[in-house]
Design a binder for this molecule. Sequence first.
Ligand SMILES: C[S@@+](CC[C@H](N)C(=O)[O-])C[C@H]1O[C@@H](n2cnc3c(N)ncnc32)[C@H](O)[C@@H]1O
Length: 238
Amino acid sequence: MVAQFRMTPDILSDAVWRQVFSEIEAEVPAMRASIQSVFAACEAIRGQMDVKTGSISTASATALYALVRHVKPRTVFEIGTFIGKSTLSMAKAMDAAGIDGTIFTCDGSNAFLVPVQETKAKIVGYPKTMSTEALRQVADTGAKIDFMHLDGRMNDEDMEIIAQIADPRVVVAIDDFEAAEKGVINFARMRKHPFFAKHVLVNPPRTTLCRELDFISTSTTAVMAPLTSFAFVAQPFW
Ligand SMILES: C[S@@+](CC[C@H](N)C(=O)[O-])C[C@H]1O[C@@H](n2cnc3c(N)ncnc32)[C@H](O)[C@@H]1O
């Protein structure tokens, strides 16, 4: 008989989110103030967007911040800039981690008006540019992507370019991962590509965990992480 202890996306959710949130515990007051200021600056440009759509919740901004803080990426690619709440949440985490990195972010329908003065991290916007074209342009720069945030709808052509320009250990944050929303569709598209054969899905933080962290909002941010990023250890901290 071969024993098997089964890890599900739900079980991994608690393990991963508890770790990344606890790692930023000491900086939570500063981070909340920073996210509040960023959100206000982003809301100020909402009226200038051509296609009005949704943005991310405070809980999702915190999840993204904590994840970027943990992964410490140098090169980020994002689909779906809109008013830039997610872009700036990631940028603030790069600032806090002291990372001199770049975020490439595209939006097929909207101009790029992200209040970039809110952060030190370099943000390169691709306004009114669909992800396939933006990914081609990023590929031309020779950049290697080590973190992605998907808050738009990717396609199979995007997946092919990602397979060429992403680091095999890339970590992917997927927004709207619930019901039949775009996050679930994006995940299915990535899952079937051999590039992600050794990545595992981590469900969004549970509502109960968001409540423990004093959020009224919830998060629909799921993660795809490489199997090599999981380790068995005796104690959670270094
Ligand atoms: C939900 S909004 C993004 C919200 C944004 N992340 C924020 O925090 O404010 C989704 C945006 O993605 C854009 N979008 C959707 N699919 C896209 C694609 N394949 N390429 C580029 N932009 C895309 C839409 O135009 C829309 O503005």
